[in-house]
Write a new protein. Structure first.
Ligand code: C2E
Ligand code: CA
Ligand code: CA
Ligand code: CA
Length: 275
């Protein structure tokens, strides 16, 4: 039994070792991904719920790995956050998204996700400003999506950075709302323009009564704080009917469009009209 145990331990060690080496290799390749042009952006439409009009697009990063194929951001963003690479990656995403949006014929907004790590760097507002200047994108067309984890670590510092960002004229959305520990007080203290209800609540709307109560509560919260509310991950007409009936401001999800390269989105095709 003893030797068997040791055998299992050795197998476990070996598996652990392989996983670590795999992560290490992936991290090294990620470092090369930007200069090699392996990263790209997909854009997903954001729709004004009352009118059905497209009002903006969220930029979502994609890594086209030469041998592994498409690596999902859920796999490489955490890796990039661990080794600081996310600063470089995040700056690339911002610059790319703003440059892309600046070419659109219609003044749609572009929403860009910020990692909490980017929030720790004090010169984030300067970086954003330089990118806006370089691309010529009107600040009001840029929306930055930040998560609760970015602000709860050091609230004073986060508030300072958020205010400086707001002073540039960009808007700020609180992303993945409901998945963390934000209190009413936190939300009130920060100058968010929008709250994004996390997909996990939207997807449970039809199956769990509590999810409907939570979504209603967030919509009420948004109304009382003067913040718009966006529901993400809307996939069904039933979900959309609920959100419309509850006066949700904006919706985003597969029901309206999957994230796609800008060239494949009819509304963004240059020269041509939508439809
Ligand atoms: P997120 O910010 O919550 O983005 C929404 C995710 O839900 C995206 O996954 C999107 O493709 C997916 N989604 C949208 N509509 C639907 C739907 O109707 N049904 C379902 N099942 N999924 C839907 P994606 O692109 O894989 O990104 C995952 C996460 O990776 C994002 O979650 C975000 O946290 C992070 N991420 C993506 N791009 C960036 C980036 O450029 N920078 C940073 N820091 N994080 C990013
Ligand atoms: Ca987001
Ligand atoms: Ca989310
Ligand atoms: Ca997110």
């Amino acid at each position: 039994a003893k030797s068997e145990g040791r055998g299992r331990l050795r197998t476990f060690d070996a598996a652990m070792d392989a996983r670590l080496r795999e992560r290490y290799a992936l991290a090294a390749e990620l470092r090369e991904a930007i200069p090699r042009g392996e990263l790209s952006l997909h854009f997903q439409p954001q729709i004004a719920a009352p009118t059905g009009e497209v009002v903006g697009f969220e930029a979502l990063v994609r890594w086209h790995h030469p041998t592994r194929g498409l690596v999902p951001p859920a796999e490489f963003i955490p890796l990039a956050e661990e080794n600081g690479l996310v600063l470089q990656l995040g700056e690339w995403v911002l610059a790319r998204a703003c440059a892309e949006a600046a070419t659109w014929e219609r003044p749609y907004k572009v929403a860009v996700n910020l990692s909490p790590v980017q929030f720790q760097s004090h010169d984030l507002p300067e970086t954003v400003w330089e990118i806006l200047l370089a691309t010529g994108l009107a600040p009001a067309r840029l929306e930055l999506e930040v998560t609760e984890t970015a602000i709860i670590d050091d609230m004073d510092r986060a508030l300072n950075i958020l205010r400086r960002l707001k002073n540039l004229g960009v808007t700020i959305a609180m992303d993945d709302f409901g998945t963390g520990y934000s209190s009413l007080a936190t939300l009130q203290a920060f100058p968010f323009d929008k709250i994004k209800i996390d997909r996990s609540f939207v997807s449970r709307l039809e199956s769990q009564p509590q999810a409907a109560s939570i979504v209603r509560a967030v919509l009420g919260l948004g109304r009382s704080l003067g913040m718009g509310v966006v529901a993400e991950g809307v996939e069904t007409h039933a979900q959309m009917r609920f959100l419309s009936a509850e006066s949700c401001d904006e919706v985003q999800g597969y029901l309206f469009g999957r994230p796609m390269p800008a060239r494949d989105i009819p509304e963004l095709r240059r020269g041509g009209d939508a439809l």
